[in-house]
Structure formats: C-alpha cells, structure tokens
Write a protein that binds this ligand. Structure first.
Ligand code: ADP
Ligand code: MG
Length: 397
C-alpha cells in the first residue's frame, strides 16, 4: 500500500543486504552462509491477558530482525548488530562453555538475548558462529524487537544444527531465554506470533492451552496503522511485576489457578474480600479476555466498526482500571478517534509509552496521520502495516 505520509521501512532483502555488508566489514571478505528473519508484532486486542492464561490477538509485522552468519570450527561466538539507534555497530564476543556449564548473562546486555537462546536451544551443543544483525523493528518501542531477536537467533541456530522443528517448543524456548537471560518475566505472546505468524492473518492465542487459531485479516479496504509515541516511561520495569502479582493475588482470593478461570460474577461476589485496586486489575483482565473473544467474532463477520469499538473499550480499561496508559498514548488514541473512517484505536503492548494501533478505512490513512501529527504533543512515527509471515530461513543471493 502506498502511503506518502507514513515512514517507510526497509524490506527484508534490503535488511539482508545491510547485514551482509556489516558482516563483511567486521569479519572480513568471507560471505555468510545462512540468512534468516523473524518479525516483530503488534497486539490488536487482549492486553495484559497472556500471563493470566487468557486470549490475545496479535499479528506478525513486516518489521523484522534479520540475522546472517556462518558456523565456525571453534567454540567462539561473535555477533555484531547494526544498532543505528546506538550510533553505530556494536559487537559482542564470547565463548561457548565446552563442559556443558551454563552460558551466564553479562555485558553487553543486548547479547543476553543471544546467549539465552543458545542456552535454551533444543539440540545442544550449539557450534561456534559469527553473525550480523540488521533490524527494522524499533528497539524498546513495544513492537517486540526482543522476541524478534530471540526468534531470529533460534531460527539461525536451526540452520546450523537442526532441532526437531516443533514450533510451540521453539517459542517456549525463546520465552525462557527472555526470562533467564534478559530478566523479563514476559508472557508467551511475542515469541509465539513471531514464530507462527501468517501473512494475511491475525493469530488468536489461547495462553492456557497454547492453542493458536489463524483469523483472516486481509481486506484491501482496511489499514492497520501503528503510531509510535516515541516515549518510554521508566515505570515499566517495576509496574509489570506489580500487575502480575495483583492478578495472582486476585485469582488466589477467588480460589482459582488464574483469572482465566473466573467470571465477573465470581469477582462481584468476592468484591468485599478484595481491595479496590486489586478488584480493578482483575476486572480489566476478566473483561479484556471476554472482549478478545468477541473481537474475533466481529472480525470473522467483517464487522470492523464493532471491532473498533472493542479496541476503544480495551484502551479505556487499560487507562482507568489497569492504569498502564500514559498521557501520550491517551492523546494518540483520542486524536485518531476524531478522524472519520477510523474504526478504533488503542495502546498496544505493556504500556507507559510505546505504540498505539489503529484500525481504519484505507482511504482515511493520510488524513489520520496528518491529524495525529497536528494534535500530538510529541513527535510520532507511523507504520502502515499488514499481517505478515512468521520467522523463516531466507535464500542468499
Ligand atoms: P521491545 O521488545 O518492545 O522492543 P524490549 O525492552 O523488550 O523492547 O527489548 C529491547 C532490547 O532488545 C534492546 O534494548 C536490546 O537489548 C535488544 N535488541 C532488540 N533488537 C536488537 C537488535 N537489532 N540489536 C541489538 N539488540 C537488540
Ligand atoms: Mg520486548
């Protein structure tokens, strides 16, 4: 889709070319043998439900992380990342323990995502390798550059030394990598959709059974616009574990394993046993799980206006009940909703900054971007996106 107002991003082959240039520049003349990519994601609805065993509805993005590289004969790993945001290439060198002892996290911290994937790779031991990374996923913008990096490296290792190819186990191994080596107790959504994503489809994930259902979403009359607020409030780190704890506490007071197993009726009956804040958190989760199920029904019927209404309800609930929005995200959503042809808009991802996702009629996209630019107090970045393919090996020229 041609959209002059949105920022253009490099496609996969451009990223491969960049990664190859970087590889040659850093490691010498030799060309890499393997190339892979894995996408970032945007969550359409179902926020803060994954760690409550609920439903989420993300889609894989055309924004991807590319890894090119080659196996080496020794036990050494060298990885270089283009990292334009950090002002130039960054390099990490480490050795794989030969005695089977764990590969500990350390510095530089970005390399911990790579180390974690090596540690949790399902066909150990991993051989030594050299690799170069190039990515179009904004780092720390809530579009899951971290999962795309993990899944890209896992896919890279599969090319060097195949595992059994089970995609769910692959996603779980990458989630483990983020838990143990990056110290982020994330849910399963990001890695799952980065592995399993399919062009023209959103992915409904049941985070309790890990069952995934593809939901067609390929209407040429529709645009999914991502707006990066370009702010990240430092609250994220401390607030996320707090929310998780509050949800666990609510579930335990209700006598259930998780909030997925509860209803609003259960919650109302137990209201006097919960403090006001815990009640609010639980209410968001229970209603958001239900909204996500409803949203899939509306999509199947092509009822985009109804889907959009649920997106706005989701946003308001995240703002008022779960309290993970911020002034910038609220501004972006309000501005988008003022434009004719916009069906719905909401914050997406953990919150306290990052991105919003907006569903609209295709003809409204330039008008919406202009209006948001005018109304937003910060400097936004826009991506016009379509549901894209999950992680894959690429052929090298
Ligand atoms: P998000 O996943 O929303 O983008 P995170 O904070 O979870 O934000 O992950 C961002 C971190 O992931 C970065 O700070 C960096 O450590 C790592 N990372 C992601 N992509 C790359 C990349 N292309 N090169 C180096 N590090 C990366
Ligand atoms: Mg992340």
């Amino acid at each position: 889709l041609f959209c002059p107002m949105a920022s253009s991003f490099p496609n996969v082959s451009e990223l491969v070319a960049r990664a190859r240039r970087l590889y040659r520049q850093v490691f010498g003349e030799e060309a890499p043998q393997v190339a892979v990519c894995a996408p970032g994601r945007v969550n359409l609805i179902g926020e803060h439900t994954d760690y409550n065993q609920g439903f989420v509805l993300p889609m894989a993005l055309p924004l991807v992380t590319v890894v090119v590289g080659s196996q080496t004969s020794g036990q050494d790993v060298s990885v270089v990342t283009a990292a334009e945001d950090a002002g130039g290439p960054l390099r990490a060198d480490f050795s794989l323990p030969s005695d089977g002892s764990p590969l500990s996290p350390g510095l530089p911290s970005w390399a911990n995502y790579v180390k974690g994937v090596i540690q949790h790779y399902r066909a150990p031991p991993v051989p030594g390798f050299r690799a170069a990374i190039a990515s179009s996923v904004p780092l720390g913008g809530g579009l899951s550059s971290s999962a795309s990096l993990e899944v890209a490296f896992y896919t890279f290792l599969q090319q060097l030394k195949p595992d059994d190819g089970d995609k769910v186990s692959k996603a779980l191994a990458c989630q483990q990598a983020e838990h143990t080596h990056a110290g982020v107790p994330c849910g399963i959504m990001d890695q799952f959709v980065s592995v399993l994503g399919r062009e023209g489809h959103a992915l409904l994930i049941d985070c309790r059974s890990l069952e995934a259902t593809f939901v067609p979403l390929a209407d040429p009359g529709l645009v999914i616009l991502i707006t990066n607020s370009n702010v990240k409030h430092s609250l994220t780190g401390s607030e996320y574990p707090t929310r998780r704890r509050q949800c666990e506490e609510a579930a335990s007071i209700l006598g259930k394993a998780s909030l997925r197993d509860t209803t609003m009726k259960d919650l109302e009956e137990a209201r006097d046993r919960l403090d006001a804040v815990t009640y609010q958190r639980a209410r968001h989760v229970i209603e958001e799980i239900e909204r996500t199920v409803q949203a899939v029904e509306t999509l199947k019927r092509g009822a985009y206006a109804e889907f959009g209404k649920l997106m706005v309800e989701s946003h308001n609930s995240l703002r008022d009940l779960y309290e993970v929005s911020c002034k910038e995200l609220d501004e972006l959503v309000s501005a988008a909703m003022e434009v004719e042809g916009v069906f719905g808009s909401r914050m997406t991802g953990g919150g306290f900054g990052g991105c919003t996702v907006t569903l609209m009629q295709a003809h409204a996209v330039d008008r919406t971007i202009l209006h948001i630019k005018e109304r937003y107090s910060g400097t936004p970045t826009f991506y016009v996106t379509t549901p894209s393919e999950g992680a894959r090996a690429l052929s090298l020229p």
